[in-house]
Structure formats: C-alpha cells, structure tokens
Design a protein around this ligand. Structure first.
Ligand code: NAD
Ligand code: ZN
Length: 346
C-alpha cells in the first residue's frame, strides 16, 4: 500500500480548502482504514469551506474535510470485530463517547460528549480514511457506491419522516435541500398520500417533483398557508417535516398542521424562533419532535434495507459527480443551491 494520498484539507482558518498530498493515516486498535470509493458533500462541509461562524468555533485546521462515505476496508485495528478487510462499509458520523448517560441508555446518537467525523477529527475527502469501530456500518455490496455514501443523510430523512406515521397522510415538507429532497422519497416510500413541498429555489422545486412530490410551492411568491388550505382543505396537513431551518417556514409549517397532527423539526435556524405556543401547539394538541442525527444503528438498518431492495429511488437527488480534485466545483454549486446531492470520487 502506498504511504501518500491526496485529500481535501481545510488548511487555514479562512475561506477555502486545498487538494494536496498527505500521509496515509495510521490506525489505532479500535479504528479501520478504508479505501474511499464514494463521498458526498453535506451542508456542513460547505460551512467549513466557507468558514462561517459555526466552523470558526468548531474546526481546528489543518484537517481533512468530509464525513459522508462508502468504501472498502483495507486495514483493521487489533480490537476491531465488526468488519474484515475487503468488506464494503459506510459510517455513522457521530462518534459517541460510550460512557455518558445517553450512551449508557442506548441513545449514542445524542451522546453528550459527541465528536463528529470531519469536524472534530480528520474526515473522508481523501483516497483513504480512518473510521471508528463504533461507527462503521457494513453495507451490502449490491448497493451502488454513491447511494451507500448518502445513507447518512438518508438516515436524517428517515428519522424525520417516520415519526410522522405518513402512510395515507397529507404531508408538507418545507425546504428541498438535499435532505428535504431525500425526505420526499422517504415519505413516498412509506406511503404518504399527498406530498406538498415548499421551496424558494426553482431547480429544487423541479427536483422535488422527480423525487415524488405531488405539489410544489414557492413560499416567497405565495402564502404557504393559503396554498396548504387550498390543496388540503381548512384542516391543513397531517404532518410537517421542516427541513429548511428558515424561521418563517418553521412557523408556517407548524400552523399548517391539523389539530392533533405531528411536526418534525430537522432544519437548524441560526437564531431563536418565536412561536405562538398557545394557539399553534398547545390548543392544537400537536406533537413537535426535534430530530438529530440517526439512531445507531436501527436507522441505518432501515436505510440499507430501503436501498438494498430498491424500495427507494434516490437517483434524481444525485445531480452532480466530480473527481475529488474538482471539489471546488461542488462547493460553488452548493453556494448557488442549483444542485441536489454532489458526489466526489477520489
Ligand atoms: P440546505 O440548506 O441545502 O437546504 C435548505 C433548503 O431550504 C434550501 O433549498 C433553501 O432554499 C430552502 N428554504 C429557505 N427558505 C425557505 C422557506 N422560507 N421555506 C421553505 N424552504 C426554504 O440544507 P440541507 O443540507 O438539505 O439540510 C436541511 C436542514 O437540516 C438545514 O437547516 C441543515 O442545517 C439541517 N440539518 C440538520 C441535521 C440534524 O441532525 N438535525 C442534519 C442535517 C441537516
Ligand atoms: Zn456519550
């Protein structure tokens, strides 16, 4: 095996990143080295690239970027039992501590001492990457490599949509970024009767239709609530999945839900959002659920099963593929928003 590799490195605490040669990393006893076969860009990577406030507070350059990945195991640490050399794997990105209250009570995905791949340690935008034994997920080799890499955001979508019990229901999805788009397919797969997607970007509204949306609306040009009541009647929708983080979308997404309905919140607003708790949540007796990460590993089990059996078609969401060295083309598209999921190939 060679001892040098190419990687996308966040080298300096400023805008940008570089594609450069670095050492192939060593592994510890509870780590795994993979040959990266597919990686995908997440909004978080774009934030790190842009060097926004969150990145400035969380990233310590130099560090290899990226966390969504699929690849082949080439080395295993002495204490690794879950996988063998040659296995096809993906990885959870939340690295749990294993000893806090949440970890001890089977909720590793919300560990209080959480570390994140590609955020708190070197990531996967490279020819080889180190994964943690606790995070590695053996993946059926029949799953196409690019879909295997997006199991991680698929898991976000699954944990957002499933609490909505969407079978036969009227569903509103606010925000059709990559995770919102994947959520459309998840809601369809789990039997949603009607899906309305609210998204300002025309490219993403069109993509939503390809993912299975029955209706799309531009919330900047239209009053979302009028559109909801027009399509679904005064009762509103049974379930809203909020995938934008936009305060107006959050408020209207909650108002759009029928009394007794359910709202899942995955989108992350930058600041506090004020809500009419009395009228929009309490008197309506609705359930509001915060969603983060993916359950380890019951969500992964579902994600893999959906992909393995071709029960979900994610092909429209993969809109671009670039060589890893051309990662900046992907970052530019992320900036404009005219994209779904972008794959990078080492
Ligand atoms: P993204 O930023 O690519 O997508 C957000 C979309 O919302 C964009 O397409 C944008 O045009 C749209 N939008 C903006 N204003 C809107 C409005 N008023 N109404 C409807 N849509 C509007 O993000 P993504 O990668 O798809 O992730 C979705 C959200 O989920 C982000 O806020 C992200 O930070 C968050 N997220 C949370 C978790 C978690 O674990 N909780 C995990 C992944 C992503
Ligand atoms: Zn923990």
């Amino acid at each position: 095996m060679k001892d040098k590799m190419y990687a996308v490195v966040k080298e300096k605490p400023k805008h940008g990143a570089v594609y450069k040669e670095v050492e192939v990393p060593e592994i510890g006893p509870e780590q795994i080295l993979i040959k990266v076969e597919s990686t995908s860009i997440c909004g978080t990577d774009h934030h790190i690239y842009k060097w926004n406030k969150w990145a400035q507070n969380n990233i310590k350059p130099p560090q290899i970027m990226g966390h969504e990945v699929a690849g082949e195991v080439v080395k295993v640490g002495s204490r690794v039992k879950k996988v063998d050399i040659g296995d096809f794997v993906s990885s959870e990105t939340h690295i749990p501590c294993g000893h806090c209250f949440q970890c001890q009570t089977g909720q590793e995905h919300i560990c209080s001492n959480m570390r994140i791949l590609g955020v708190h340690q070197d990531g996967v935008f490279a020819e080889y990457a180190v994964l943690e034994d606790v995070d590695v997920w053996k993946t059926d080799p029949s799953i196409p490599k690019d879909f295997a890499s997006i199991q991680e955001p698929l898991g976000n979508a699954i944990d957002t949509i499933l609490p909505g019990n969407v079978a036969g229901k009227d569903v509103l999805i606010t925000g059709a970024g990559p995770v919102g788009l994947i959520s459309v397919a998840v809601a369809k797969t789990f039997g949603a009767a009607n899906i309305l997607v609210s998204e300002p970007n025309e490219y993403r509204r069109e993509l939503s239709k390809k993912m299975g949306a029955d209706h799309v609306v531009n919330p900047i040009e239209n009053n979302l609530l009028d559109v909801v009541f027009d399509i679904f009647g005064k009762k509103g929708v049974d379930f809203t999945a909020e995938m934008s983080g936009n305060p107006t979308a959050i408020k209207n997404g909650i108002k759009a839900v029928t009394a007794g309905g359910i709202v899942s919140l995955l989108g992350l607003p930058d600041n506090e959002v004020s809500l009419d708790l009395t009228n929009d949540i309490i008197f309506k007796n609705i359930k509001v659920i915060g969603v983060t990460g993916r359950k380890m590993f019951s969500t992964w089990h579902i994600a893999s099963n959906l992909l393995k059996g071709n029960r979900i078609d994610l092909s429209p969401v993969i809109t671009h593929k670039f060589d890893l060295k051309d990662f900046e083309k992907g970052m530019k598209l992320m900036e404009q928003g005219n994209c779904g999921k972008i794959i990078l190939k080492p």
